[in-house]
Structures are given as structure tokens and as C-alpha cells.
Design a protein around this ligand. Sequence first.
Ligand SMILES: Cc1cc2nc3c(=O)[nH]c(=O)nc-3n(C[C@H](O)[C@H](O)[C@H](O)COP(=O)(O)OP(=O)(O)OC[C@H]3O[C@@H](n4cnc5c(N)ncnc54)[C@H](O)[C@@H]3O)c2cc1C
Ligand SMILES: *[C@@H]1O[C@H](CO)[C@@H](O)[C@H](O)[C@H]1NC(C)=O
Ligand SMILES: *[C@@H]1O[C@H](CO)[C@@H](O)[C@H](O)[C@H]1NC(C)=O
Ligand SMILES: *[C@@H]1O[C@H](CO)[C@@H](O)[C@H](O)[C@H]1NC(C)=O
Ligand SMILES: *[C@@H]1O[C@H](CO)[C@@H](O)[C@H](O)[C@H]1NC(C)=O
Ligand SMILES: *[C@@H]1O[C@H](CO)[C@@H](O)[C@H](O)[C@H]1NC(C)=O
Ligand SMILES: *[C@@H]1O[C@H](CO)[C@@H](O)[C@H](O)[C@H]1NC(C)=O
Ligand SMILES: *[C@@H]1O[C@H](CO)[C@@H](O)[C@H](O)[C@H]1NC(C)=O
Ligand SMILES: *[C@@H]1O[C@H](CO)[C@@H](O)[C@H](O)[C@H]1NC(C)=O
Length: 576
Amino acid sequence: MKWQSYILLLFGLGTVVVSRSFEYYDAVVVGGGPAGLVMASRLSENPDVKVLLLENGPETYLNEDIMTPRYASRLQGSAFSWNFTSIPQPTLDGAAPSLAQGNGLGGGTAINIMAYCRGSASVFDEWANISGIDELRWENLVDYFEMSTNLFVPSDRNYQQIIDTTYYGRDHVNVSYESSGQRVAVDAAFVDTWVANGAQDADLTSGEGIGMIVGGPHSVTHPESTRSYAYPAYGLQLAARSNVELLHSSRVTKINFDGKKAVGVDFVDLLNNETHSILSKETIISAGAINSPRLLLLSGIGPKDHLTEVGIRTVVDSPEVGSNFFDHHYTVMMFNATPDIITSLQLGDPATLAEFLAEYKANGTGPLSTPGGSSFFAERLSDDLLDSLGVNVSFPKSLPADRPHLLYQYTSAAMLPAPDDANAVSVFAALVQPEAPGTVRLNSSDWRDDPLLDTNYFGSESDMAIALYGYKRLLTMMRSDTMKSVRVNEIYPGMNVSSDEDIKAALNQAARSFHHPAGACSLGRVLDQSFRVKGVENLRVVDSSAIPSLPTCHLQSSTYAVAEVAAAILKKEMNI
Ligand SMILES: Cc1cc2nc3c(=O)[nH]c(=O)nc-3n(C[C@H](O)[C@H](O)[C@H](O)COP(=O)(O)OP(=O)(O)OC[C@H]3O[C@@H](n4cnc5c(N)ncnc54)[C@H](O)[C@@H]3O)c2cc1C
Ligand SMILES: *[C@@H]1O[C@H](CO)[C@@H](O)[C@H](O)[C@H]1NC(C)=O
Ligand SMILES: *[C@@H]1O[C@H](CO)[C@@H](O)[C@H](O)[C@H]1NC(C)=O
Ligand SMILES: *[C@@H]1O[C@H](CO)[C@@H](O)[C@H](O)[C@H]1NC(C)=O
Ligand SMILES: *[C@@H]1O[C@H](CO)[C@@H](O)[C@H](O)[C@H]1NC(C)=O
Ligand SMILES: *[C@@H]1O[C@H](CO)[C@@H](O)[C@H](O)[C@H]1NC(C)=O
Ligand SMILES: *[C@@H]1O[C@H](CO)[C@@H](O)[C@H](O)[C@H]1NC(C)=O
Ligand SMILES: *[C@@H]1O[C@H](CO)[C@@H](O)[C@H](O)[C@H]1NC(C)=O
Ligand SMILES: *[C@@H]1O[C@H](CO)[C@@H](O)[C@H](O)[C@H]1NC(C)=O
């Protein structure tokens, strides 16, 4: 039988069979975020291996809003974002925070805030324990962190920071510390404040999780100060390889099976709404923390009772798909800064913006050259302090000693509604090791319907107690003398808010996602040691959803490194 008629029999006549360059692929990769691009790039290093990558969103390269660090805040809710929201959270009195994700070549790395951090080593050791993959242990994973990065440390630094350059390689994502011309003016006050509250300088990319890091670092290319992200880092150069194709504006709607063997996917070409089927030996899902579990569920892989409830035939009962859904959550406060501090207010003035744009284009410096924040501080709460919170704190106390509980960071823009004339700086306190998992579920069997995302914000007694403690501590820090030189007045929650009850009410309205979701197709639960979905053949999940538990800071570094590990495993197994 010819392969075309085979497909028509398999998938029915409603489907157009696509013959791209090849009739049959060795690997189809779903999603062009950091994980998907690493996979497509590594697998296609062998010219005999035919690879197709399908990405839902548009082309992204050289878009000005994407390339210019300070414009990052424009990207959520744009064509480059999935506009997800959490379902209303009972713990937040019904508030439903946004959970925007990246949409386009580069995925989240095309719209993220570019903080580059790795965090506590024990997290990666925990992943190795859960997954049985020894390469995920920190002492091994560090090779993959290095493999995916190229560090730049400018010589004209006017700040103190411990930097161990041995933890970086020479290729792919450029990670840069700030030069003096990039420094955010408000940062000095924050550094003084973090230090007055016990912070010590640390390189949070060298296996350490607790302390303060100054001068970024950011995934930014020096000296132009343009965003360095997964598409230029791993994707653009694939144009020179005839064995790999990258298609954007292509929405995968379903994984196809022959019995319990994955044989490829269906996708809709969003430019003309035609549906196509692809045949492939390996099917690799890299659609991100939300869309990967969503696609498995849509394809009949998940908890049988849930699939039955939404009317999807179960291919394999995989009860853990969509569970173990974690995210970093934070709570925001805002103050009005003195006029010398550059916020979105000044950038809204055309004459001022033109001046900053000229400096940025000429020298890669000034307010447009960074995302608007230069330092953050992660701290562990002492056992005594945790005990004093008056709730069950056995989970946060049991975390390995290198883990922080709270992380404080800021950005020179309003993150909450603010008056038009406010010169707003936002500061937030994040719960970095939440105890309570959430879930990803379908609302219906229609691939167009947004999934139901229960983030379970601050969902255990200790999660909520630490979040509240963190918010109060943040308010105390921002109301202290070390911030006096830059603070005009408090915008949110306001100086009249001080009782526990009022602070809790303020927190409900100021809780936001850090946009670091992970875990809903986790290694050790849904996946085996080869990133294969247990119970079916030839299907893998490689991305942030495969990560078993949250690291102690920002997620992109880990996503690149985990994908590099998965690619090495796959290449060995595929014998390529
Ligand atoms: C607003 C925001 C800010 C962030 N800030 C930071 C930060 O400062 N520092 C940091 O380290 N991390 C940050 N992150 C997190 C980081 O960017 C993500 O953890 C990372 O991008 C996850 O990579 P991934 O490959 O797992 O998935 P993603 O990056 O989400 O990529 C998945 C890709 O798959 C595509 N896709 C999904 N479904 C389909 C489908 N059905 N068919 C075809 N394609 C599909 C998507 O469009 C997307 O391009 C941020 C993320 C966001 C969204
Ligand atoms: C998110 O909203 C923007 C603006 O309306 C839109 O252009 C974009 O396509 C939406 N994202 C998705 C994945 O539908
Ligand atoms: C991993 O497992 C080893 C051996 O059981 C144990 O000693 C170690 O504490 C575990 N580490 C973490 C971080 O879970
Ligand atoms: C990294 O920086 C080099 C110049 O040093 C540049 O050529 C390259 O395009 C950058 N890569 C990415 C992914 O930004
Ligand atoms: C594709 O179908 C959707 C939903 O029916 C419609 O909104 C959209 O305009 C169509 N796009 C094209 C290019 O025809
Ligand atoms: C770029 O930097 C040079 C050297 O510091 C300076 O003389 C020049 O004015 C800067 N250009 C702009 C447009 O700011
Ligand atoms: C306290 O929390 C731990 C971890 O979540 C749980 O195992 C334990 O049962 C709880 N103890 C009590 C007394 O509720
Ligand atoms: C789920 O579907 C119901 C019924 O169609 C709809 O009212 C609701 O808005 C949907 N929820 C989400 C989160 O899309
Ligand atoms: C604090 O003051 C603001 C502005 O006057 C007001 O809207 C808010 O309700 C007050 N909050 C409390 C808790 O008093």
C-alpha cells in the first residue's frame, strides 16, 4: 500500500495528507520554545535524521518589541502570547491571575523578562532522585547549563558581585552582566535595603540558591543589549540544514496512535485553516508547561475519569497527567519614585523616549537596554521564624538547607493598576518552593477551548502563611529608611494598610504569576527515564512540564539544560 492511502485509511478522509519535503520524519517536535528548539537542533545534527518542528505562533526574529529588553512588558497579551488565566482562586477570594505563555518561535524566551538564574543545587539532585536520571544531578547538569550558555562580564562594572565564570560555556544563549551604562538608577537603594535585611552577595548561577545577585545577569547579547533567546540561539542556523524544517503558524491539535504507538500528529495551518497529518517515528511534545499536558489530554492520555467526563476516548489511563502543576507565585506592592528614576512614565513621553532610543541604538546602554531591574534577593526563613507562623510548617522546614523560601525582586513599571501620572516602581515577594500543587484540566474535547488551570495559589497553610509573611516583610523593607531617597509615596497597598486582615485583602488583589509553571507531565510520574510517556510507545515530552519540581529561581536556564539532557539521551537511543 502506498503511504498516502495508508494515512487516509488511518485518519479518515477529512484530513489532508501533507507532503512537506519528506513523506516520513524520524522526529516531529511540537512547539518551538527553548526545549523544542534544542531538540530539533540536536537531533538534526546528523544529516540523515529528518526532523520537523511545528510551532503555533508567528515568526519573531528582529521584532523590535522582542529584541529591546525594556519593551518586554508589552509582549504579554500580544500576538506572541497565549492569553491563559487561572480559574478563580478561593485562596485569593476569587481573583483569577493571568498565566500568559510564549507563542512563537522562541516560545517563552521570546517574551520573558530575561532574568538568568539557576538556583539551589539540591533541586537538581531531587530531580535525579525522582526521575532516575543521573545526568540531572547538579554536578552533572552543570555541563548542560554550560553547553547552552555564553557569559559576558563587562569590564566597566560599577557594582560589586561575585561572578564565577567557570560555570559557563561558549555558545548559544548569551548571558550578560550589566555594564555601568546599563545600570537601573533605583537599584542602589534596593541593594542597600536587601543588605540591611541580611542579604549577602552570591552567584546564584553556580549552584547556590540563597543570597543577593546584582547586575542581572540577563539573557541579553552584549554590547548591543538585544534579547538573546532560543530562536537565534538554536533555531535560525537550522535554515542551513536540508534535513530539518521549522513551520510556524502551525497548531498541533492531536497526537495520532496506531494502537498504543504514537505515529505522528495532526496540525492546522493557521494561515489557511487546512488540517494536515504528519507521520513520524518519534513524536516529541515540547509545547510548554500548559500546552503539553493539554495536548496529551486532548489525545487521550490522562486520567480516564477526566477524559470520559469531557468525552475523549482513553488511549492510556495516565492518572498523573495534569497533576503536580506548580508555579512561582508572588505578591506586588508599588511606590511612586523620585523623578530621576526612569519608569514607564518617562518612556511614555515621546521626546524622552527618542533620547533613550538614540542612546540605546548607538551604545546599547540606557533605560531601554535592560528589562528595568538589576538585582534580587532570595532568603531562607529560620526554623524559629517558621514555627512562629502558627501553622503546620513541616514542609518548608523539611526543604534541604540550600533552599530559600522567599525571593524579592522589582521592576521599574506598574504591575498593578496605577494612576496615569504615577512614576511607579513595582516590587514583589515570591513564594519559591510552594507545597500545594495545582492541576491542568480540559474544559471540553474541543482543541480551541482554553484549558482549566487551577494554580492553587498559596494553597496550603504554610504556603499562605509564608506568602503573607513575605508580603509584610516586603512592605516593611519598602517603608524603611534605605528606600527613602527614591520613594515619594506608596501607591499600593497604601500606608493606611497595616493590619493582618487588610494586608490579606490587599494580597488577594496583588497576587500574580511569576510565569514559571512546570511539572504537569513530570519525569518519574508521567515519564520514564528516557522522557517517554509511560504506557505508549514512541512518544516523549521534553520541556518545562517534564520538570518534577520548581527550582528556586527563574526557569529558562533549567529548561534549556533539561532539553540538552533529553537530546543526549534520545540521540543515544536513536543511535544517531
Ligand atoms: C511572561 C513571562 C516571563 C518570564 N520571565 C522569565 C525570566 O525572567 N527568566 C526566566 O528564566 N524565565 C522566565 N520565564 C519562563 C521561561 O521563559 C519558560 O519557563 C520557558 O520558556 C519554558 O520553555 P518550554 O520550552 O517548556 O515552553 P515554552 O517556552 O512555553 O514553549 C512552548 C512552545 O510551544 C508552542 N505550542 C504550544 N502548543 C502548541 C501546539 N498545540 N502546536 C504547536 N505549537 C504549540 C508555544 O506557542 C510555544 O512557542 C517567563 C515566562 C513568561 C511567559
Ligand atoms: C492573545 O491575544 C492577542 C491579542 O488579542 C492575540 O493577537 C493572540 O493571537 C492571542 N494568543 C493566542 C494564542 O490566541
Ligand atoms: C537523593 O537521594 C539520596 C539517596 O537516597 C539522598 O541521600 C539525598 O538526600 C536525596 N537528595 C534530595 C535532594 O532529594
Ligand atoms: C550571541 O552573541 C553573538 C555576538 O557575540 C551574536 O553573534 C549571536 O547572534 C548572539 N546569539 C544569540 C542567541 O543571541
Ligand atoms: C480559521 O477558522 C477560524 C474559526 O472558524 C476563523 O475564526 C478564522 O478566521 C479562520 N482563518 C482563516 C485564515 O480562514
Ligand atoms: C555613546 O557613547 C559615547 C561614548 O561614551 C558618547 O560620547 C555618546 O554621546 C553616546 N551616544 C549616545 C547617542 O548617547
Ligand atoms: C503537616 O504537613 C505535612 C506535610 O504537608 C503533613 O504530612 C502532615 O500530616 C501535617 N501534619 C499535621 C498534624 O497536619
Ligand atoms: C468552560 O466552558 C463553559 C461552557 O462552555 C464556559 O462557560 C466557560 O467560560 C469555560 N471556561 C473557560 C475557562 O474557558
Ligand atoms: C486606604 O486608603 C485608600 C485611599 O484613600 C482607600 O481606597 C482604601 O480603602 C484604604 N484602605 C484601608 C484598609 O483603609
